[in-house]
Design a protein around this ligand. Structure first.
Ligand SMILES: Nc1ncnc2c1ncn2[C@@H]1O[C@H](COP(=O)(O)OP(=O)(O)OP(=O)(O)O)[C@@H](O)[C@H]1O
Length: 263
């Protein structure tokens, strides 16, 4: 479905070139939910920008269903951390969710149906006529998720989407993502700096090294598919996995690189 091949990104700056990402190769299966973690500055945002076609890689390529990404692909949606800046304050909740569908030229009856379903899926069907600024932070992020869901993407990229919400809301939103993911069968790449969140959410966690970035480890999360904030997080296996990811990130921070990528 999504294939990242030999991706390298060098930024040209006044102070000289900065090699942010050295060599990243991985594939996401259709319908997979993968989390991406790594130390601060390890190139997570750079990678997402290349995948979403907002920025061209220096070397390598991103393929979506075998087709090279060279601009924002139609079948992809992105949810960013800063929900406050991603919603239009002068548009009502419903209009915000509807906008990308309108831009596609979709007929009104079909738009209405998708918007209703998306708002219901995120538990916001009671506030369609509110403005974003009348809602709490967590609710605003739900609007951004509803907008992505209504768009019916094949791939959903999320860049630390819950970093700015409180812990309780965050837990609710994590469960919402798993529910929506299972219901829609969408392929999700979820960037987070929260180790517990990556293990709780993912079927797989891709751990990045520090910059210039390579893959430190690609880890299968062998927890039961039915996840629950209390029970899953209390499993001994959950603790083992979070320990493992934590250790790998500490190693990455200390400059350790996987043997195959040491050059
Ligand atoms: N526009 C740019 N120009 C020059 N260097 C950049 C630019 N954007 C990012 N970098 C550098 O590339 C590297 C990776 O940055 P990036 O923002 O992708 O990392 P990140 O993993 O998303 O970081 P964080 O977790 O702190 O958000 C860093 O060394 C950063 O300084």
């Amino acid at each position: 479905m999504l294939s990242v091949r030999g991706l390298k990104k060098v930024y040209q700056t006044d102070g000289g070139p900065i090699e942010a990402v050295r060599n990243l190769t991985f594939d996401l299966r259709p319908g997979e939910l993968a989390c991406l973690v790594g130390p601060s500055g390890s190139g997570k945002t750079t990678l997402l920008k290349c995948i979403s076609g907002l920025m061209a890689p220096t070397e390598g390529e991103v393929l979506l269903n075998g087709v090279k990404v060279s601009g924002p692909p139609k079948k992809m949606a992105v949810v960013f951390q800063e929900y406050g800046r991603s919603l239009f304050p002068w548009m009502r909740v419903r209009e915000n969710v509807e906008l990308p569908l309108k831009n596609q030229g979709m007929p009104k009856a079909q738009r209405d149906k998708l918007v209703d379903e998306a708002l219901e899926a995120v538990g916001l069907d009671h506030v369609p006529m509110s403005y974003p600024w009348q809602l709490s932070g967590g609710m605003q992020q739900r609007v951004a998720i509803a907008r992505a869901v209504a768009y019916q993407p094949e791939v959903l990229l999320m860049d630390e989407p819950f970093a700015a919400v409180d812990a309780q809301t965050r837990a609710d939103l994590e469960d919402l993502i798993r529910t929506v993911w299972r219901k829609l069968g969408v392929t999700v790449l979820f960037v987070t700096h929260d180790i517990d969140e990556s293990v709780y959410l993912g079927e797989r966690v891709i751990i990045l090294s520090s910059s210039p970035t390579v893959i430190q480890e690609d880890l299968v999360i062998d927890l039961p598919d039915e996840r629950d904030q209390l029970n899953t997080r209390s499993l001994p296996r959950f603790t083992e996995l979070r320990h493992h990811v934590y250790e790998q990130i500490q190693l990455a921070k200390a400059g350790h690189r996987p043997a195959a990528a040491a050059h």
